[in-house]
Ligand binder design. Structure first.
Ligand code: BEZ
Length: 252
């Protein structure tokens, strides 16, 4: 079993501001209208939730991290601690929006069913998250480095990266019409060293090791990745692939 990932809003802002900065295409796909009631599923620190509110939406954010939800509430937004795989809403939303969160929810069908329950008939489900092949170079390096230490690397993997066909089928089997779905390779420049990315996003792997062994593990992973992900000028780029879609609730 993989260990839980924790979220520190300050660390997230330092190493992962690009996640919300790059989220505007999915906001545009949502095309939010003033007065619409919108659920932001896995709202993180609420930067995009706040954008939806500024566009006139009546927005609710949910996230599994109490620390992130506290940061969202500090922005004056209605936000609740809730697992995206166990949504408890009835059909009250015009749209469910999600950016860069659903790859942390391995029970994909539970997410889709909960979203279906939360939407009014005809409501939109518009989201983007990691798709098949996302951070494959980083992921395989982490798994191999744990395996070399006699720790099951695959069992530490917290991520769900489906293909577009797989996810289309999941949506259609659960009462959605899909008007758009695509896998989008998006090599993503990092704000610093890949060590910051690992510290922020790879806790499930790193925490498998005793505390004293972790710095050497991170150094080893960084040096294995350097020739693949860092250019001569020292710029690191992560091998992101996004899965982006626009679906509508059909069945009641
Ligand atoms: C993301 O935030 O988009 C992300 C995080 C971890 C792995 C892959 C993608």
């Amino acid at each position: 079993m993989h260990s839980p990932q924790s979220w520190d809003p300050e660390r997230y802002a330092r190493n992962a501001r690009f996640v919300s900065d790059l989220g505007m295409p999915v906001v545009e796909l949502l095309a939010p209208q003033p007065g619409e009631r919108v659920l932001d599923l896995g709202c993180g620190d609420g930067v995009l939730t706040e954008k939806l509110a500024a566009l006139g939406c009546d927005v609710v954010g949910i996230d599994g991290s109490a620390a992130q939800i506290e940061a969202v509430r500090a922005r004056g937004i209605d936000a609740r601690v809730m697992d995206g795989q166990e949504l408890t809403f009835g059909p009250e939303f015009d749209a469910v929006f999600s950016n860069a969160a659903m790859h942390w929810m391995r029970r994909g069908e539970a997410v889709v069913r909960g979203v279906h329950n939360a939407l009014k008939p005809g409501g939109r489900f518009v989201a983007e998250f990691g798709g098949a092949g996302c951070v494959e170079v980083i992921r395989s390096t982490l798994i191999a480095a744990l395996d070399r230490r006699g720790v099951d690397g695959k069992a530490a993997d917290p991520w769900y990266f489906p293909t577009d066909q797989e996810y289309r089928q999941l949506l259609e089997a659960n009462g959605f019409d899909v008007s758009y779905i695509a896998l989008i390779p998006r090599p993503t420049p990092l704000p610093g060293d890949v060590g910051g990315w690992l510290e922020t996003f790879a806790e499930s792997f790193i925490s498998k090791l005793p505390r004293e062994d972790r710095p050497v593990f991170v150094d080893e992973v960084r040096e294995t990745l350097r020739p693949k992900l860092c250019n001569a000028a020292g710029q690191w780029t992560a091998d992101y692939v996004r899965l982006r879609f626009n679906a509508r609730k059909t069945a009641v």
